[in-house]
Design a protein. Sequence first.
Length: 102
Amino acid sequence: MAAMTLISLTAVPDHLRGALTRWLLEVTPQLYIGTVSARVRDELWTAVTASIQDGTAVLAYPSDNEQGFTLRTAGVHRRTPIDFDGLTLMGFNPSKEVAKRS
């Protein structure tokens, strides 16, 4: 069954952005939303992770859990989803520059 899917990108190649617009609506720059099947969602995510280069990506879609959604991330990012007793929390990883000053 098709479900709402959201993909947020940062600093990714233009060809990836163009490929996503075939399936999802770009509502703001690099924020894509649409209703696709789980198979299409997984194929899109595979394409995103293969083409991300130095950018970052976040995928959110409905799920049968306490929060009602699942998150996936890819690329060089500062926030990482962490499972905390079944709840997804976002872990903050300070940038290398901030870590050097400490």
